[in-house]
Design a binder for this molecule. Structure first.
Ligand code: SF4
Length: 333
C-alpha cells in the first residue's frame, strides 16, 4: 500500500462521522442509505433513513407495501423517482444479488450505487465513484476533465489489495464530503496534502461540467372546492404523487375556462429539479367542485411549497384550520 493510501485510511479510522449506516452490513439497509444520499444531504437524509427502515425494515416489507404508502413515507425527501425505483426493485428481486454486475441495472441502481452496495455489503473489489470521489481524485492527480470511464479505471486501479474495499470507498467519499469540499477545501487539514498535485489550484480540478439551466416559468392553480383542494395524479417524474394543475403561463385562460373560474395571484415559489430551475406563479380560485384535504396525499416538495403559498387562502376558507396554518408561519387574512 502506498503512503497516501495509508494516510487516508488512518485519517478515516479516526475521523469518520458517526452515521446510522456506518458499519452496516445488511445490503438492503445500505441500499436505502445510498439511494437517499444520491440527492439528499447527509443531515437531511438521516431522519428519512430511520423513518423508511422503521416502516419497511426488509425488502419483503417494502415489496408488500403499496406504492402510495412508500411515497407517503418518502414525502419531503424529494426526487420521488428514487422511491418508485426502490419499490420496483423490491418487486423484481427476492434478495439483493451479491455482485456489482447483477446489481447494476436493477431499478434505480447506476454504477455508483451498485458499486457502493457490492463493496460495502459484499466486499467486492469494485470502486464506487460518486461526485465526492470524482473531486478528490481529480485534485489528487490534477485531472481537469476526466471522463467517467477513465476515472472509474483510475479508481479501480487504486483499490489497495489488502484493505476491505467498502472501507476504502467510504474513506475516499468521506474525505470529499468533509475535507476536500467543492468550494473551500480544507487543504491544511487534509491527510493527503503532502501527496496532492492539485491543492495549490484546486478550483481547476475538476472543471465544472454544466452551466446553470435557465429558470423556467410555470403557473400552479390552487382550486378551492367545498371540501378542499382539487388534486390531480401527477405523471412523469412525479408519477404516483399528487398535486394541483401546473402548466405554462400561456395556458392560464384555457385552464380557467375549463374549471369555470377566474384566478388571482397568491405569490411565487422557486424550485430546483435535477436539470431544471422553476419559477412558479401560484394562483388561487374558488371553485364549485368538491376537492380534498391535500395533506392526506403524497405530495412532491414542489407541491408542498405551492400549497404553503396558498395557506392563507386555505385557512380563510376553512380548508385547513387557522392553528394549522399558523404553525406554518401564516398570518390570518
Ligand atoms: S490537499 Fe486539498 S485539494 Fe488536495 S485532496 Fe486534500 S483537500 Fe483536496
Amino acid at each position: 500500500m502506498k503512503a497516501w493510501q495509508e494516510a487516508l485510511l488512518a485519517w478515516y479510522r479516526q475521523n469518520a462521522r458517526l452515521l446510522p449506516w456506518r458499519g452496516e452490513k445488511d445490503p438492503y439497509r445500505i441500499l436505502v442509505s445510498e439511494v437517499l444520499l444520491q440527492q439528499t444531504r447527509v443531515e437531511q437524509a438521516i431522519p428519512y433513513y430511520r423513518r423508511f427502515l422503521e416502516r419497511f425494515p426488509t425488502l419483503k416489507a417494502l415489496r408488500e407495501a403499496s406504492l402510495e404508502e412508500v411515497l407517503k413515507v418518502w414525502q419531503g425527501a424529494g426526487y420521488y423517482r428514487r422511491a418508485v425505483n426502490l419499490h420496483r426493485l423490491a418487486q423484481r428481486v427476492e434478495e439483493l444479488p451479491p455482485s456489482f454486475a447483477e446489481l447494476k441495472g436493477l431499478p434505480g441502481l447506476g454504477p455508483y450505487t451498485a458499486a457502493a452496495v457490492a463493496s460495502i455489503a459484499f466486499g467486492e473489489r469494485v470502486a464506487a465513484v460518486d461526485g465526492n470521489v470524482r473531486r478528490v481524485l481529480s485534485r489528487l492527480f490534477a485531472q481537469e476533465s476526466p471522463k467517467e470511464k477513465e476515472l472509474f479505471a483510475l479508481a479501480q486501479g487504486l483499490l489497495p489489495a489488502d484493505v476491505d474495499p467498502g472501507t476504502w470507498n467510504q474513506a475516499l467519499m468521506e474525505l470529499g464530503a468533509v475535507v476536500c469540499l467543492p468550494k473551500n477545501p480544507r487543504c491544511p487539514n487534509c491527510p493527503l496534502a503532502a501527496f496532492c498535485q492539485g491543492k495549490g489550484d484546486w478550483g481547476r480540478y475538476p472543471l465544472p461540467r454544466r452551466r446553470k439551466a435557465p429558470e423556467e416559468r410555470l403557473m400552479a392553480l390552487v382550486l378551492l372546492g367545498r371540501k378542499g383542494v382539487h388534486l390531480e395524479r401527477l405523471q412523469g417524474r412525479f408519477q404516483g404523487l399528487y398535486g394541483v394543475p401546473l402548466f405554462p403561463p400561456e395556458e392560464l385562460s384555457r385552464r380557467e375556462a375549463a374549471f369555470g373560474v377566474r384566478s388571482f395571484p397568491l405569490g411565487e415559489v422557486r424550485h430546483a429539479l435535477t436539470h431544471r430551475r422553476l419559477l412558479v406563479e401560484v394562483r388561487g380560485a374558488l371553485w364549485p367542485g368538491e376537492g380534498e384535504d391535500p395533506w392526506k396525499r403524497p405530495l412532491p416538495k414542489l407541491m408542498e411549497k405551492v400549497l404553503r403559498k396558498a395557506l392563507p387562502l386555505l385557512a380563510h376558507e376553512g380548508v385547513v384550520s387557522l392553528p394549522d396554518a399558523e404553525a406554518h408561519g401564516v398570518k390570518p387574512l
